[in-house]
Design a binder for this molecule. Structure first.
Ligand SMILES: Nc1ncnc2c1ncn2[C@@H]1O[C@H](COP(=O)(O)OP(=O)(O)OP(=O)(O)O)[C@@H](O)[C@H]1O
Ligand SMILES: [Mg+2]
Length: 549
């Protein structure tokens, strides 16, 4: 049966979970090398080591290197050390955070007192997650197991697990702690209910929720979010006036997915994308009013595009977001904070979906379970199938339709057959999906200005986003994890990737030609964005090595 075996050629798995200190240090060093030291030319690979200089604070660091770099990033492994005279002494995550903070302060000319607390918060959260995770078995549904497997989180973010508040408050809703919870239900009087999109979309969920009194409709709410909003006077007033009734927690079980705020309800085969007024990586995860509107508008516009892409590329799909609901009280924070987007489920996919990000942990937790990966030939065939199903629809969406998908590791489900072979791709997350403005000018003109702005990118920005998400964030990490099992394959993996990119070059696109010629890849600068405290949308890119040439 799928995912129960062990790829024999891949050897034993020595370790299956990270320790909080090492994971925190690895993420910090990954960011440091990519965003600061490499652009400053302060990185040197020598055999099994990488030395990294922080010239402004005058410190030299050394990390282990799993193998010579073949992709856009070095594969860093402990030990992490600092030079003291002629000796190398251990440098733990606290020391690394201090040094990076010092270097950035000197490099940018400003301090950021939030930085160290965010790194500490992330480490504390990871420690709590690891302890809680041990108490529970993995979900029996392997798709949900994969959604709940991003233990260390984003490998190129300085505080990937930071989530504000006491772990006791959020652990019941933490996907990495392997939880399930029941949604909180509000009954909203029909005259203050906001609903857009396909009105039938909420029916499956309503059938499973508590009974709403006559004249009221159900609004599912995330219990954590509701606790954050419970002090809002507009909500209290609405309850007293009978506009909103609190029906409590209950109904079908919800499993938090990898984005934390989106939950999957297996009984309804539906996702609910809730708002969560908590900063997770670079964004406070609230559904802004224009994102609620934008998702539903984009859902309609993209329907014919994906109908065509699906026919051409192995039935690939974009998980639909057909409707949203919220409550219209005189408080925008409530309108947005209680806004919930429905997303189509995964039951109709052609095999077993796995979250792409689940494939990338350095312990090979999922990869080792795919029968097809039991030998090097199988691994190459697997990679070819994987890249074919991810690269082609993403590049064609951009080149042929002006659609900017956001195919990072957390937004893509790869659907596998019983042997573990990729057979289909499901893309998701309409918030990150954009339209190239001049290609869609007519359709965009019909939308309110703020919605339009949220939905569109200019072509150059869209291209950077596609290339970063697809190649740097996604394929490079899956390739590196596969190369952890088969190091000798790594350069070949990039040759296969190039062939698929080349096959998409059937249009005259100068940026694609530049990509194939080897211009550096754009890598999102999460450390710099956190340091500058800029919104995710304002994050900049740094050049990273391009292995396609
Ligand atoms: N490699 C990665 N790239 C991007 N995000 C990652 C990665 N690994 C983990 N994550 C996490 O995944 C989430 C990505 O955020 P994103 O904005 O795509 O999702 P969302 O809009 O909140 O929810 P959904 O994907 O359900 O629509 C964040 O919580 C981020 O920390
Ligand atoms: Mg997402």
């Amino acid at each position: 049966m799928l995912l129960t075996g062990r790829a024999p050629g891949a050897g034993p798995a020595p370790q299956t979970v990270p320790d909080a200190g090492t994971a925190t240090a690895t993420a910090l060093l990954n960011c440091l090398v990519r965003e600061v030291a490499a652009p400053d030319r302060q990185v040197r690979a020598e055999g099994a080591h990488l030395t990294v200089r922080l010239p402004r604070v005058g410190v030299e660091l050394r990390t282990g290197l799993a193998r010579p770099p073949a992709g856009p990033a070095h594969r860093l492994v402990p030990p992490y050390e600092e030079r003291r005279g002629a000796r190398w002494i251990p440098a733990d995550w606290r020391r690394l955070a201090d040094l990076i903070s010092g270097e950035l302060e000197l490099a940018t000319g400003h301090a950021n007192p939030e930085f160290l607390p965010q790194v500490r918060d992330s480490h504390t959260a990871l420690t709590a997650i690891l302890a809680a995770r041990e108490q529970r078995p993995a979900d029996a549904d392997v798709f949900l197991e994969s959604e709940q497997s991003l233990i260390a989180g984003h490998r190129f973010h300085p505080s990937p697990k930071s989530r504000q508040g006491d772990p006791a408050d959020w652990l019941p809703y933490a996907p990495e702690a392997r939880t399930r919870f029941r949604p909180h239900w509000l009954a909203v009087r029909e005259d203050v209910l906001v609903e857009a999109g396909d009105r039938a979309a909420f029916a499956a969920l309503e059938a499973l929720g508590p009974d709403a009194p006559a004249g009221y409709r159900l609004l599912p709410a995330h219990p954590w979010q509701l606790s954050l909003l419970s002090g809002r006077t507009a909500l209290q007033r609405a309850e007293r006036a009978g506009l909103v009734r609190d029906l409590g927690e209950g109904g079908p079980e919800a499993a938090p997915t990898s984005s934390i705020r989106t939950a999957y309800l297996p009984d309804a085969d539906t996702f609910c994308k809730f708002s969560l007024d908590v900063r997770i990586t670079n964004c406070v995860r609230k559904n802004a009013w224009y994102e609620l509107e934008g998702a539903v508008a984009l859902n309609e516009l993209l329907r014919p595009v994906f109908a065509a892409l699906g026919v051409r590329f192995d039935g690939c799909v974009l998980l639909a977001e057909p409707a949203y609901r919220s409550v219209a009280l005189a408080d925008r924070r409530l309108y947005e904070g209680l806004g919930v987007i429905l997303r189509q489920g995964v039951r109709n996919l052609a095999g077993t979906p796995l979250l792409a990000g689940a494939l990338t942990d350095p312990y090979g937790t999922f990869l080792r379970r795919l029968p097809v990966l039991s030998c090097a030939e199988g691994a190459l065939a697997w990679w070819d199938a994987y890249v074919r199903r991810v690269v082609r629809p993403v590049l064609h969406a951009f080149l042929s339709y002006g659609v900017v998908l956001e195919p990072h590791l957390q937004n893509v489900l790869i659907v596998l057959d019983d042997d573990g072979m990729p057979v289909q791709t499901a893309f998701r997350d309409l918030e990150g999906t954009k339209l190239v403005a001049d290609r869609w000018a007519e359709e965009l003109a019909g939308l309110p200005a703020r919605v339009r702005e949220g939905l569109s990118y200019d072509s150059a920005r869209g291209w950077n986003r596609v290339v970063y998400c697809l190649l740097v964030n996604h394929l490079a990490e899956v390739a590196a994890a596969l190369a952890d099992l088969y190091p000798e394959l790594e350069t070949h993996l990039w040759r296969v990737t190039r062939a698929h990119v080349e096959d998409c070059a059937d249009r005259d696109h100068p940026e694609l030609r530049a990509l194939l010629a080897g211009v550096p890849l754009p890598a999102k600068a999460n450390l710099r964005a956190r340091w500058a405290r800029t919104a995710d949308r304002g994050a900049t890119y740094v050049p990273a090595p391009n292995p396609l040439a």
